[in-house]
Ligand binder design. Structure first.
Ligand code: GLA
Length: 399
C-alpha cells in the first residue's frame, strides 16, 4: 500500500486549509503533519460481517482529515473542525475513560497504542473532514484507522496496516462499545483505488476486485435521516442473528456462524423458529449466496447481474431485515426506474443514512438530477446526491 505521496486535487487543498485551521486552534509553531483516511460504501454483503459472511466494500474519496504535531509534555489535546467540544488526555494519568463524545473514537485508539510507547510525547490533534457522520459511510472506522496511522507515524511504532486495522476495530468494540463487525476498518485500512475489497469475514481472507471506472460511477444519495436509536437497533440485529444461529446450529455439524447454515436447513426448520428470527436468518443465508453470485458477475464484467443482486439485497434488507425506511426506498426505486443504474441499495447499517448506486457512467449527471428530483417531489426537500471516486486508503499527505 502506498501511504505517502505528493497529492494533487481537492483532498490536498482541503487538507491545506485544515492545517491552517490547526494553527489557529493550537497556535504558531512547527507545521503539523497532515493525513487523510477514507470512508467506505458497501456494495454487497449487507449485514453479513457479524454472521461470518462475505462483504464487498469500496473506499471512497471522502473521509477524515488529520493535522497533528508533537508536544514537549505528555498531554494529548484533541479538537475538531466539525465538533464544538475539545478534549485533553493525560498520558501520565490512568487509563482513559469513555466520555460518550466524539473523542471516544480517537481516544480508544490512543489508549490501545500508548502501551507500545510508554515514554511517547504528547500530541496536538485536529480532526475534520468531508464525510457525513452517522450516514452509513463509516465515519467511525475512518477516524479510528486514520488515528492509528497518525499515532503510528508520530510515535514511530512501525505498525503494519493490519495492526492498525485491528487497533481501530478493538477501539470501537472495547472502548466505544459498539458491537460492530469487521467490515468497516478492513474496508478503510486495506483500500485500493478502483478496487472493491472482497472480504470473507469468516476466515478474514481478502482480495481486490477491479471496478472499471470508465463504465461505472459510484453515486451516493443521502436521505438526511439520522435515527437516534440506530445504535440500539443495530445491536439488536447482531443479537438476533446470533440467536437464529443458536437455534439452527445443531442441524449443521461443524457450523460456526450463521453463514454456514444452508438455505434448505433454514426452510426445514422454519416452523420451529420465532418468525422474526426466521426472517433475519433468511436475509443472511440468501445474501451470502447472492454475494458469491455478485462476485462471479463482477469477475465476468457483467455489471447488470451484479447490479440486480444489489437491488435484491435492498429488497431483502427492507422486507426481511427491517433496516430500511421510506426515504431510502424512494431513492432506490428512483435509481431503478431511471434505467441508467445497474444496482442500488442502502449502504451501512440502514435506519436512514445513504444509498449507494452503481451508475452507467455516461449517464451519471442525469441520474444525480433525477434521483434528487424524485426524492424532493415526495419529501419536499432536496437530498445530497453526489458521485464519489474510489480511494487508496489512509495516508500521510505532504503539503
Ligand atoms: C455497520 C457496521 C458494519 C456492518 C454494517 C452492515 O456499518 O459497522 O460492521 O455490520 O453496518 O452491513
Amino acid at each position: 500500500m502506498v501511504e505517502q505521496e505528493v497529492e494533487t486535487g481537492p483532498a490536498r487543498e482541503l487538507l491545506a486549509r485544515h492545517a491552517q485551521a490547526f494553527s489557529v486552534v493550537f497556535g504558531a509553531g512547527a507545521a503539523p503533519r497532515t493525513f487523510f483516511s477514507p470512508g467506505r460504501v458497501n456494495l454487497m454483503g449487507a449485514h453479513l460481517d457479524y454472521s461470518g459472511g462475505p462483504v464487498m466494500p469500496a473506499a471512497i474519496d471522502r473521509g477524515t482529515f488529520f493535522a497533528a504535531r508533537l508536544r514537549s509534555d505528555r498531554r494529548v489535546l484533541c479538537a475538531s473542525s466539525t465538533e464544538r467540544d475539545a478534549f485533553e488526555l493525560d498520558l501520565d494519568g490512568p487509563a482513559f475513560q469513555r466520555r460518550g463524545r466524539w473523542v471516544d473514537y480517537p481516544a480508544g485508539v490512543i489508549e490501545l497504542l500508548r502501551s507500545l510507547a510508554p515514554d511517547a510525547p504528547g500530541l496536538e490533534l485536529y480532526f475534520g473532514g468531508n464525510l457525513p457522520v452517522g450516514a452509513g459511510l463509516s465515519s467511525s472506522a475512518s477516524i479510528c484507522v486514520g488515528t492509528a496511522l497518525v499515532i503510528d507515524r508520530l510515535w514511530h511504532l512501525s505498525l503494519t496496516p493490519m495492526q492498525r486495522v485491528e487497533a481501530a476495530l478493538r477501539a470501537e468494540r472495547e472502548f466505544v462499545g459498539v458491537h460492530c463487525g469487521i467490515m468497516d476498518p478492513y474496508a478503510v485500512g486495506l483500500a485500493r483505488p478502483h478496487r472493491i475489497l472482497w472480504l470473507d469475514c469468516k476466515d478474514r481472507t481478502s482480495a481486490h476486485l477491479p471496478l472499471d471506472s470508465s463504465r461505472v460511477a459510484v453515486g451516493v444519495a443521502d436521505t438526511g435521516v439520522r435515527r437516534e436509536l440506530a445504535q440500539g437497533a443495530f445491536n439488536e440485529r447482531v443479537a438476533q442473528a446470533a440467536a437464529a444461529f443458536r437455534e439452527l446450529a445443531p442441524a449443521v455439524p461443524g457450523a460456526t456462524c450463521l453463514r454456514d447454515i444452508p438455505v434448505e436447513v433454514l426452510e426445514a426448520r422454519r416452523r420451529d423458529l420465532d418468525p422474526t428470527l426466521a426472517r433475519r436468518a433468511e436475509h443472511v443465508v440468501r445474501e451470502v449466496a447472492r454475494t458469491f453470485r455478485a462476485r462471479d458477475a463482477l469477475a465476468r464484467g457483467d455489471l447488470p447481474s451484479f447490479g440486480a443482486a444489489m437491488f435484491e439485497a435492498h429488497a431483502s434488507l427492507r422486507d426481511l431485515y427491517d433496516v430500511s425506511c421510506a426515504e431510502l426506498d424512494v431513492l432506490v426505486d428512483a435509481a431503478a426506474e431511471s434505467g441508467r443504474v445497474f444496482g442500488s441499495r442502502l449502504t451501512g447499517a440502514g435506519f436512514g443514512g445513504c444509498v449507494v448506486m452503481l451508475i452507467d457512467e455516461p449517464h451519471a449527471a442525469e441520474v444525480v438530477e433525477l434521483v434528487g428530483r424524485r426524492f424532493a417531489a415526495r419529501f419536499g426537500r432536496r437530498p445530497s446526491v453526489e458521485i464519489f471516486g474510489t480511494d487508496r486508503g489512509p495516508r500521510e499527505i505532504t503539503l
